[in-house]
Design a protein around this ligand. Structure first.
Ligand code: SF4
Length: 713
């Protein structure tokens, strides 16, 4: 009785985003009242979104019943139906499309709204896809599964490191017990969870030198001893300029280069022309600053490198990431204490359901982006419009959108509207009414992660995600929805039932089912003792031989995979397709460099921009600009402005600050959502971006490094 008054305290995981921070949920009479960080857990942080959990969970805009469209596409005309009616009809219509056009005519797109939660990821995520794309359609016969991995993360987190050193981000860690931290195109303050930021802050207090390479000095970059702002899209040239100086000043670990690298000699020749003065012209970074940066990287040992999606959205995103890995390796900072470290094998075995894609046809985009396909094994979603609108290379007629908002996150919103209009059948699985929902034939309401039981697994720990509250309305978990669709299509036996999930995760480990139940902060196992320079010890290759898990067994500065697929094997620089050098006439009309997609710590991509508690931090979408650029346009801080590109125009509010490079603007992403306030709803940045401007290796769109103009509204 007493506990009902003050609330039951449940130690669990935050249910707002997939990061799974360790929290205590205070629940009173079945309702979530508060969420507090768990100070006793290493993952016991709570970001502002987690602190807004109650408002998000009980938002009046939550979807609570399955809905069926009863009016024209593009309008909010839906009526509630039962789960059975919805699921039976979905299965019937998918099977009918398969019969008429073949299984590949059904495609799926998943986003971070529903995936990344470990339970669903271990069972439904495609292996190697950046782990968001779903395998749900594989047994159905379609290889056409894609996710936000078509436009985010795997270019820098998976493909670039795999082809260069045979490892990917999950195999690597940044040792912040170091002397120099180079943060390049990343803002760990806005990362989820923000725990890396906390560790950088601690390092700063210990006197570790911090360098930030970013057009903006915000978030983590504000901690930097040296801020290197550069023209967006030119990071690759800066990296090659640094290599030029390191090589000419004998600051390279020559023995490592000779013994363990493929293509060092060719790189030496290639970077010769990237002299500081030339790189200054390309990047807008003064030659003296480039030299200072190179000197720091060459001399301060050990150094570690933190980089993120900021560098993958250019016309040479993959190559730029490879160039940065090359700097790290050639300066002797790979796999040493205080450097960029290859992890030891995890202490807890990971159980997964691995399904192979059907191989009758290749997924959409595989021919145009073979390296993306080789590593992601998925459809490149940027090629989906051709399939839907022009039947190329073959028709796609149905789409399942799971926990994603394609109309707000993919470039070319109008193009995607045309795609949705043309589809014969579309399903959306989500928690809120997204703009995509308006084109869906069925909308299936999913729970937040507070309403499910699952687990969070790290290399050396596992924690149960205890259900804090019962599902709201008729919501079902993402897992259960996928399972039910598989069941209706006749192959649910390939997946564990939801109630078997935790047993599935623990199978074959030394952890008894009761242990995590009685350890609410998680069971921690002893990690495998760290060894460095694993390439010398035969610990990086499957066959136990020395070297790297690459085709040559070397650290591939010159990539065999790129060479075999017709790309330049070296980490070459490609000037932005749209910019002052390549399109000078366009630059006269649009004289500012357009940058977008920087994470806002208050929202999760386009999610939660409908939460009053979070909107208080930033009620309106902003364009961040330098005081000189604002003054020359008669713009003051807080003014209403129009941002236009060759493709469209949207209204935002000016944030005038010297913390951004002159000549560059950052345009907030995330707007365009149906349940957002008017100012955000009408500011969909993807009306300005270009679906045809992409990285040639991965097909990733160039969200940064475009051209725009800003005018007072
Ligand atoms: S990062 Fe924030 S929203 Fe995500 S799980 Fe952690 S506290 Fe929750």
């Amino acid at each position: 009785m007493e506990s009902q008054k003050i609330g039951k305290r449940i130690q669990t995981l935050c249910g707002i985003c997939p990061s799974g921070c360790s929290v205590t949920a205070v629940v009173k009479e079945g309702r979530l009242e508060r969420v507090l960080p768990n100070p006793d857990s290493a993952r016991g942080v709570l970001c502002v979104r987690g602190a807004a959990s109650k408002e998000i969970v009980y938002s009046p805009r939550r979807l609570l019943k399955p809905l069926k469209r009863v009016g024209p596409k593009g309008e909010e005309c839906f009526e509630p139906v039962t789960w059975d009616v919805a699921l039976d009809d979905i299965a019937k219509r998918l099977l009918k499309i398969r019969e008429k056009y073949g299984a590949p005519a059904v495609a799926m797109y998943a986003g971070r709204g529903g995936y990344f939660e470990d339970g669903i990821k271990d069972v439904f995520a495609v292996e190697c896809s950046g782990e968001v794309s779903s395998n749900l359609l594989y047994p159905f016969g379609s290889p056409n599964t894609a996710s936000c991995s078509s436009v985010c993360y795997i270019s820098q987190g998976y493909i670039a490191p795999m082809i260069t050193l045979g490892l990917h981000e999950e195999h690597l860690k940044r040792d912040l017990n170091t002397n120099l931290i180079v943060i390049w195109g990343a803002n760990p303050l806005a990362s989820t969870p923000p725990s890396t930021y906390k560790r950088i802050l601690d390092a700063k207090r210990r006197g570790v030198k911090i360098v930030a390479i970013d057009p903006r000095r915000s978030g983590a970059a504000s901690l930097a001893d040296l801020w290197v702002p550069l023209r967006p899209g030119t990071d690759g040239a800066l990296a090659l300029g640094i290599l030029n100086i390191l090589i000419s000043e004998d600051s390279v670990d020559e023995e490592f280069a000779r013994k363990w690298c493929r293509g060092y000699g060719d790189l030496k020749n290639y970077v010769r022309s990237f002299e500081p003065e030339k790189v200054e012209q390309i990047t807008w970074v003064p030659a003296s600053k480039i030299k200072e940066l190179a000197w720091l990287i060459g001399k301060v040992k050990p150094a570690t490198f933190i980089f993120s999606s900021g560098i993958e959205y250019s016309n040479c995103g993959v190559q730029t990431v490879r160039a940065i890995y090359t700097i790290c390796a050639l300066t002797g900072n790979f796999d040493i204490k205080g450097g960029l470290v290859a992890k030891m094998p995890p202490g807890i075995k990971r159980n997964r359901v691995i399904l192979e894609p059907p191989n009758q046809v290749k997924p959409i985009g595989a021919n145009r982006y073979p390296v993306f396909h080789k590593y992601s094994r998925c459809m490149q979603v940027m090629e989906l419009p051709r399939a839907v609108l022009r039947d190329e290379p073959y028709p796609v007629k149905a789409l399942i959108v799971h926990g994603a908002s394609m109309l707000t996150s993919l470039p070319g919103t109008d193009l995607w509207r045309r795609v949705f209009e043309k589809l014969e059948f579309m399903i959306v699985i989500d928690r809120f009414l997204t703009s995509d929902c308006l084109y869906a034939d069925y909308i299936l309401p999913a729970t937040t992660f507070y309403e499910i039981e699952s687990y969070k697994r790290g290399d050396n720990f596992i924690q149960i995600r205890k259900r804090a509250i019962e599902p709201l309305g008729e919501c079902r978990s993402d897992y259960s929805i996928c399972y039910s669709i598989a069941e209706r299509l006749g192959y649910s036996h390939l997946y564990p039932r939801e109630e078997e999930l935790i047993d599935f995760a623990l199978r074959g480990t030394d952890i008894d089912r009761l242990e995590p139940e009685s350890e609410p902060l998680g069971v921690v196992v002893e990690g495998v003792p760290m060894k460095y320079r694993k390439y010398e010890l035969g610990l990086l290759r499957e066959d136990g031989k020395q070297g790297f898990e690459t085709p040559s067994g070397k650290f591939e500065i010159a990539s065999t995979v790129l060479e075999e697929n017709g790309y330049d094997p070296l980490p070459v620089y490609i000037e932005p397709k749209e910019g002052p050098i390549t399109t000078p006439e366009l630059y006269k009309r649009y004289p500012l460099i357009f940058n977008s997609g920087a994470r806002l710590p208050y929202f999760f991509r386009s999610q939660h921009i409908n939460t009053p508690q979070l909107l208080r931090f930033q009620p309106k979408p902003q364009v961040v600009m330098h005081p000189d650029d604002a003054a020359s346009r008669g713009i003051e801080d807080g003014d209403e402005v129009y941002v236009s590109t060759a493709r469209g125009r949207i209204k935002l509010w000016a944030k005038v600050t010297p913390e951004i490079l002159k000549g560059v603007v950052e345009v907030n992403a995330g707007g365009g959502g149906l349940t957002q306030p008017k100012e955000w709803r009408e500011a969909n940045v993807n009306l300005l971006t270009d679906p045809d401007n992409r990285d040639p290796i991965t097909g990733f769109p160039v969200y940064k490094a475009l051209l725009c103009q800003v005018e007072k509204a």
